[in-house]
Design a protein around this ligand. Sequence first.
Ligand code: SUG
Length: 417
Amino acid sequence: MIREVNFDGIVGPSHNYAGLSLGNLASTRNAGEVSSPRAAALQGLDKMRANLALGLVQGLFVPPPRPNDAWLARLGTTIGEAQPMLTANAMSASTMWAANAATVSPAPDCADGKCHLTVANLRTMPHRTHEWPYTLAQLRIAFADSSFAVHDPVPTAFGDEGAANHMRFAPAHGQPGVEVFVYGLSGGAFPARQHLEASRAIARLHRLDPARTLFAEQSPDAIAAGAFHNDVVAVANERVLFAHEQAFADKERFYGELAKCLPDIEIVEVPAGEVPIGDAIRSYLFNSQLVTLPDGTMTLVAPTECRETPSVAAWIERHLASNGAIRRVEFVDVRQSMANGGGPACLRLRVACDPETVDPRFLVDAAKLDLLADVISRAWPEEIAIADLQSPELVAAVRAARAALLDALDLGELLSG
Ligand code: SUG
């Protein structure tokens, strides 16, 4: 029985605001602020708890070792000696944004009937380039069942940002779907992170049907306005596309191709005249989780910032009153992640599969979330200032916190990598 499972990245104990992501306006705006790793991780658990309460199936990924000593060693240095820029890169907690972990094609879309996952190389931002070996190790354990095929990253010649630049449409999660790869060619002053060649390679590796696979260009203006990933301005669920008017370079063509592949597609487009793209990016309206509840209600799990942005709050109110495709909106507080440009949808990787085929250590129920909350409340640092990133006490605390988490989840085999 195929269900959508959302795997959230647990916010790691080294979560900090170093301003490492050019083109991600929140990351730049909050550079140098003091972070609250404990509160951040607990906000993440609360989001998972709320999604469980909605009747959704919930999973998790764990943070990788921080600092990344192996990466620093390849650069000929150590955490004690590295210059501040390398230290920040080695201490980044950016794996929390699990939407960037991999691209996922559910089994009904793939010629061999397996669910394919390709770990993302994340080659554009230095702090993200060293995530994938640790992500891959987890994917290989979580999806070891023969119904999955887990792939290495595509060569770093071509940038790949995973599910953040990929959308899937289907009448229902368990039926064959249409997969859309959204690539960037240019973004003005900011980098376009997803390369077309990487997307094409993944479509081939996943053995997708070319007749049900589309490639659409991200609007360069949207990237220049701060939409560094497509999932900042568009989200898909079943036969609904929820997108900002300015998300795509050539929307008429893309919408036309989509309608040809999926005649009953419903496009909920938000006009710039109602929600300016700046408000969409600040509030992360489109970085909400668009989910179907067990009773069939299409629900938007949106960041609380949407309630506080007048144009967005007004749009939501009008849409709900109009009986549009989205019938319900739930707000979640993920402010610590939002301050680094990661909303509810960034924090999760969607995998449509039979939950019975997933290693149960990566699935959660309310009792497991309570156990994790206990570990995090005891072991996660309360605050991190950038000036402290190299402090031996902090480094030791970060290492010990991860070890405690892995122990609680019985995932000791990940301790060294
Ligand atoms: O890659 N932020 C992440 C946010 C990723 C959001 N993911 C999706 N849209 N799916 C990024 O820009 C923060 C950088 C810092 O720690 O300074 C950061 O990496």
